[in-house]
Design a binder for this molecule. Structure first.
Ligand code: ATP
Ligand code: MG
Length: 313
């Protein structure tokens, strides 16, 4: 039974914006699942519907087999949500925020106090437990949001851009926490704009664009679909006017000492170096042109099939 099953989901807001145009999605229990997509794609709308904050227009959602339409409360109890915007009371203390939240979901106070200590320690916020939340740093506030969501021991944790605006060190710390939570059995779905985050954490992903899923599957399979790799070569001295032709590749000079090269993933880089050497070009350094997932993303949302389904609707 999937942790999350979404069928033919549509959402039209009052202002007639069609945020979701028929989304179907399965997330397996125990999965770490990424929902990727550009601004305005419909990610928060989807998450809002799944966590009962937004009413759906058409379609169905079930969480561990519990139907959202007919068993809303039971479904909500299975979910922990970390929304995109900070939404706790800045004038409350972290400990109270956590304990009150758990209380709202019927967790007895003694249990809640103990859990709050565990969660604040895991979030490295235990020393801040009794400070006004307003005084926490941005990264601490984000971690507090995760700690709060975990207070009900959800089976499905949903995070909407949990690491937005958080520096890389704190982001890594949050990744560690999320991996631990997932390893302990909680299914996780997250949306992110940091594509390396999805690549680092997630086993499966869906790419959503303009209210439709344009691609979904295992991260590995999707990455393997990328058959072209791009490199930037930093050249010693100045490039010759006539660049070498290397079969199977595209070579472009981005300035007089940088070469931009695209080649099939399977191709041997030695061939490239040999050809460059023959042309008297000495490579000083090289780097991969872009994050692979980023490339995948750009390809998927520009693919003709996506455009066709778009116009067919
Ligand atoms: N409450 C609302 N009322 C009307 N339109 C809305 C509302 N919320 C979202 N939208 C619209 O629905 C579309 C999808 O928005 P959504 O917030 O789901 O995107 P997103 O993928 O989460 O984007 P981002 O990455 O910027 O957070 C957008 O066109 C947005 O303007
Ligand atoms: Mg959003």
């Amino acid at each position: 039974m999937p942790a999350l099953c979404v069928r033919a989901l549509r959402k039209t807001y009052d202002n007639r914006v069609q945020a979701l145009k028929g989304v179907s999605l399965n997330v397996a229990p125990g999965d770490f699942f990424a929902l990727l997509g550009p601004n305005g794609a419909g990610k928060s709308t989807l998450i809002g519907i799944v966590s009962s904050l937004v009413n759906l227009s058409e379609g169905s959602v079930s969480i561990f087999g519990t139907d959202l339409a007919t068993q809303r409360e039971a479904a909500m109890r299975l979910i922990g949500l970390v929304p995109q915007e900070l939404n706790f009371n800045m004038f409350e203390k972290p400990i109270d925020i956590l304990v009150n939240y758990a209380g709202f979901y019927g967790v007895p106070r003694a249990v809640a106090l103990q859990r709050a200590e565990e969660e604040l320690k895991r979030a490295q916020l235990w020393e801040k437990a009794n400070m006004m939340s307003r005084t926490l740093s941005g990264g601490m506030k984000r971690r507090l949001m995760i700690a709060r969501a975990m207070m009900t021991r959800p089976r499905l944790l949903i995070l909407d851009e949990p690491t937005a605006g958080v520096d890389i060190e704190i982001r890594r710390g949050m990744w560690k926490t999320l991996r631990e939570i997932n390893a302990a059995g909680t299914t996780i779905i997250l949306t992110t704009h940091y594509l390396e985050e999805a690549e680092n954490l997630c086993r499966n992903l869906a790419i959503i664009d303009q209210g439709r899923i344009v691609q979904q599957g295992p991260m590995k399979t999707l990455l393997a679909m990328l058959d072209v790799e791009g490199f930037l070569f930093d050249i010693d001295g100045v490039l010759p006017a006539a660049l070498p032709q290397i079969e199977g590749t595209t070579v472009v000079a981005t300035d007089d000492h940088t070469l931009d090269l695209e080649m099939p993933r399977a191709m041997d880089l030695n061939r490239v170096f040999a050809a460059l050497g023959e042309a008297g070009i000495r490579v000083r350094s090289m780097r991969t042109k872009s994050n692979r997932l980023e490339e995948l993303f750009v390809r998927m949302i520009n693919q003709p099939e996506a455009a066709q389904t778009e116009t067919a609707a």
